[in-house]
Write a protein that binds this ligand. Sequence first.
Ligand code: CA
Ligand code: CA
Length: 113
Amino acid sequence: MVPVIVSIDVTDICDTAPIVVLTSILNSEADDSAAGGDGSTRQDIQEAESGTEDTEFLLRAERAGKGDGRVYTITYSAVDASGNETQAQAVVEVPHDSSDHHCEDPDCDLNGA
Ligand SMILES: [Ca+2]
Ligand SMILES: [Ca+2]
């Protein structure tokens, strides 16, 4: 498992401390693919508590052998004192070919692979 620490920068004109919570972490592949090639492991996302300001969790650096790489999509939502809500996402990629792992997004600093 690879520890992931998310850095969140949230600002609001009126509210100095908007509430930020982890909404979801989605895995683009099955937890344990029937097709094999992904290690027959389950619980590929661990220690993540949705609904809380959780910025530290574990992601498994594996992907299906016949896939084109795995993507974990991490979504946070922020709500200000007026009830205005916005969401932001970050992605962690597990590329199919480990000899070519990099982040496509220049602003992305999350690459658990
Ligand atoms: Ca698995
Ligand atoms: Ca956590």
